[in-house]
Design a protein around this ligand. Structure first.
Ligand code: HEM
Length: 522
């Protein structure tokens, strides 16, 4: 006997509802993670995580969960967050030998079918890419990159003070430092990756790229942390989805790609001319990446891989350093005593702004380093948990046995605000990092939970470059200028007076509005 269409639909619906109940019951009772606490919705559906990606508060929600449920909690039916220093170490160090890899979420970063060092999930694929990339971040390479970086930073410094006027007693108009930090870091990376800066400092033609990248990051973050990742990847790879659904971001990305393509072509022509005339090559990222060979296999990157890496470096390197710079302006303009100490250190160490370059003198500026670390702690540019998946054989993390297939991660912001590791964690206090003010045991404990760059062989390859760039840029700007918060400005002020960051995998931010005046050296 055949069922009628309505009855068939009803039967299908009933079966689906039954399965859903069965699955919910399983997730709440028999699932290997069932015994861990967490928000009820997070236990039964991955959509809880998706929703917080949509709200852009995943990092803050993970901190709220830590306060409510303790250091270990369930954030999706198959995802455990472990916010302890030993959990962090187990999860992210020794990833080469431990049975753990990046989770499937990272497929959201696969761009036009190409995989980069950051988005590679397969450990062997990653190991090859990372060995090649390491060459571009060697000490020698960073030394050669520095003059390019300084040239851009100096253009930034000149523009920051350019509109000072006598009517305002030498002070400039207010500038939104989230934007101005973007312009300089994107221009630095554009120059290093494509042979010429984007020109964001001087012109607004490509400025929207920085904004668009964040919009795209949010979309991909939502999808990466949702149950429809596979479907989305299929649609993205087989249809002109973005062109029609997000025409604005699509156009901007096209603009960006055509800039990158054009700049690389110009760079190739200039490189050939330099070679012909016996000049030294321009030692930027393109130079290093095209020279680099895997010490094990002798292979280098192909053209597609190279482009994927350059695109990655732009996003990974500019947005992150920029967020830290903006946070520094936020906290320093609100903490005059800290600003004064920093300026005293800088002006006492250097008698000329042009001498602020990497080397023993800059390394001796411990207060500057403490300010940078404190900004990275309170406003980590990647704030949520970085998902990993346990592989065959399972793994024990901080004493917790996890079966194969479990997703797990430590939440960076939540760890940085964990009272077990930081005294008064919500207070901006660079002194917490310095033995002149804080006892060394306390500093050692704090360091175990401090992880803005993540750890291990999947941690940030650009960390030394980031510290160089931040130290030079912040060192020079606070040496050269007196700075003040624009009157009544509260742009960027978030919960508990902290700098507000919105989690889109990296972070969106706004403000503060800052005014500058050339400092008269005494
Ligand atoms: C304040 C600045 C920075 C912060 C806080 C930061 C943070 C991070 C974090 C947390 C990761 C790990 C992401 C994950 O596991 O998914 C990472 C990876 C990475 N970062 Fe950075 N980053 C910064 C600057 C830079 C710079 C300047 C560059 C290069 C120009 C860079 C290039 C990369 C690359 C290529 C990876 C992927 C490494 C791999 O998977 O092997 N980052 N970064």
């Amino acid at each position: 006997m055949f069922l009628s269409i309505p009855n068939l639909a009803l039967a299908a619906l009933a079966t689906w509802v039954l399965c859903l109940f069965g699955l919910t019951f399983y997730r709440l009772t028999l699932h290997p993670l069932a015994k861990y606490p967490g928000p009820f919705l997070a236990k039964i559906t991955p959509l809880y995580d998706t929703y917080h990606c949509y709200l852009k508060d995943r990092h803050i929600d993970q901190y709220r969960c830590q306060k409510k449920y303790g250091n270990v909690y369930r954030y999706r039916p198959d995802y455990l967050v472990i916010n302890t220093a030993s959990g962090l170490k187990d999860l992210y160090t020794n990833a080469k030998t431990n049975p753990i890899k990046k989770n499937t979420q990272y497929r959201f970063l696969w761009d036009q079918g190409s995989v980069s060092t950051h988005s590679a999930i397969d450990k062997n694929v990653h190991a090859f890419k990372r060995r090649v990339l390491n060459y571009a971040f060697s000490e020698q390479a960073l030394r050669n990159l520095e003059p390019f970086m300084i040239e851009t930073i100096d253009r930034w410094l000149a523009l920051l003070g350019a509109d000072a006027s006598d009517e305002t007693k030498g002070w400039t108009k207010p500038k939104n430092m989230a934007n101005w930090a973007n312009y300089v870091t994107f221009d630095v990376l554009g120059d290093l990756c494509f042979g010429k800066p984007f020109g964001m400092l001087e012109s607004d033609k490509l400025r929207s790229v920085a904004q668009i990248m964040l919009i795209r990051a949010q979309m991909l973050n939502i999808i990466g942390n949702s149950p429809v990742l596979d479907l989305f990847k299929y649609i993205q790879e087989h249809t002109p989805f973005e062109k029609y659904v997000l025409p604005g971001t699509y156009r901007s990305m096209q603009h960006f790609r055509s800039f990158a393509g054009g700049a690389l072509k110009d760079r190739a022509v200039a490189a050939a001319e330099r070679e012909k005339s016996g000049q030294e090559p321009r030692k930027d990222f393109v130079h290093y990446l095209s020279q680099a060979r895997d010490p094990e296999s002798g292979e280098g990157y192909g053209q597609v891989e190279m482009l994927a890496e350059l695109r990655l470096l732009i996003v990974a390197g500019s947005d992150t350093s920029s967020a830290t710079m903006a946070a520094a302006f936020y906290y320093l303009t609100r903490n005059p005593a800290v600003l004064e100490k920093l300026q005293k250190e800088l002006r006492g160490t250097f008698d000329d702004v042009n001498n602020i370059v990497t080397g023993p003198k800059l390394s001796s500026c411990h207060y500057l380093r403490a300010v940078i670390d404190e900004c990275l702690r309170l406003a980590p540019p990647v704030g949520g948990s970085l998902g990993r998946e346990v592989m065959k054989g399972g793994m024990t993390v901080d004493g917790i046995p996890l079966p194969e297939g479990t997703n797990v991660g430590s939440s960076i912001l939540a760890l940085h605000m964990n009272e077990e590791y930081f005294t008064n964690p919500l207070t901006f206090m660079p002194e917490r990092w310095l033995p002149e003010y804080t006892n060394p045991e306390e500093i050692a404990v704090a360091k175990t939970a401090f992880c803005p760059f993540s750890l291990g062989n999947r941690g940030c390859v650009g960390k030394p470059m980031a510290y160089n760039e931040l130290s030079i840029a912040l060192g020079r700007v606070f040496w050269l200028y007196d700075v003040r918060l624009s009157k009544g400005d509260n742009t960027g002020e978030g919960l508990n007076g902290l700098y507000e960051t919105r989690d889109v995998f990296v972070v969106e931010r706004d403000g503060p509005m800052v005014e500058f005046r050339k400092h008269v050296q005494g």
